[in-house]
Write a protein that binds this ligand. Structure first.
Ligand SMILES: Nc1ncnc2c1ncn2[C@@H]1O[C@H](COP(=O)(O)OP(=O)(O)OP(=O)(O)O)[C@@H](O)[C@H]1O
Length: 238
């Protein structure tokens, strides 16, 4: 699963960013390997989405460095998302009034490849995306992104608003995608048990700082520690 080569799909160093003059995340350093899924956990307002936004280039004022496949990214989001960075935002990143087929086409995704990775979408190709279930819409959002072959995908709350069984299927599919395509995934997730089921590694964030890092497999047994980080402040810094 985790690749041991030197070049990481995503490498972030000393990223400080926020809104206007206010910094919300501070000196964030993290990396994601090819084929690796890294979970980013933390309570509401911890700075998880802001971290994704800053990496993606949505925030005007950032300090620090973002590299994808060892190439430093500069410039705004629309340039980054066309290239090596794929973004799936909270909610449904699809066009509800277009068909599934058109959604794939508009994204520039290879339809055969999309259907190979997400066979559940095949019988739905002619349907408008807006009538798909929440889980199917998320699958379509993933397909639209992964089939543009980014080196790294930034995913915000894939499980948002979905039933547990649907989430589990979706996350298993994400695991399959990471292993098959070798895309690196930085996944913001609220549910600790979901992150434990899919992430190779997890980072725990609070008050805009990365406070701890651990293998996904250790999440369940370290739940008390994680809760203390969620609730605590600087004393819990890793
Ligand atoms: N557009 C904005 N303008 C000003 N402040 C913002 C903006 N978006 C987020 N914030 C603030 O930045 C902080 C971090 O928010 P962020 O959305 O990154 O947290 P989060 O960890 O993703 O939370 P959640 O799990 O609730 O989505 C919060 O205090 C939030 O109020």
């Amino acid at each position: 699963m985790t690749e041991t080569t030197e070049v990481r799909a995503l490498e972030v160093r000393g990223l400080t960013a926020g809104y206007g003059a206010m910094a919300v995340i501070h000196d964030v350093t993290l990396s994601v390997g090819h084929g690796e899924i890294v979970g980013l956990l933390g309570r509401n307002g911890a700075g998880k989405t802001t971290t994704l936004m800053a990496i993606a280039g949505f925030l005007g004022r950032c300090e620090g460095e973002v590299k994808v496949d060892d190439v430093r990214l500069r410039g705004p989001a629309y340039k980054r998302s066309r290239g090596q960075v794929g973004i799936v935002l909270e909610g449904r990143s699809v066009f509800p009034s277009l068909t599934v087929a058109n959604n794939l086409e508009l994204a520039g995704a290879d339809r055969d490849e999309a259907l190979e990775l997400f066979p559940e979408l095949r019988p739905k190709l002619a349907l408008r995306a807006g009538v798909l279930s929440g889980g199917e819409q998320q699958m379509l959002a993933l397909a639209r992104t992964v089939c543009r072959h980014p080196a790294v995908m930034l995913i915000d709350e894939l499980s948002f608003g979905l039933a547990p069984t649907v989430c589990e299927r979706l996350l298993a599919r994400l695991r399959h995608v990471a292993e098959t395509t070798r895309v690196g995934v930085l996944l913001v997730e609220q549910g600790i048990h979901y992150a434990a089921s899919v992430a190779d590694r997890v980072l725990i964030m609070n008050e805009g700082l990365i406070r701890a890092e651990m293998p996904g497999a250790e999440l369940a047994e370290r739940e008390d520690e994680i809760e203390r980080i969620y609730l605590g402040g600087l004393d819990d810094a890793a």
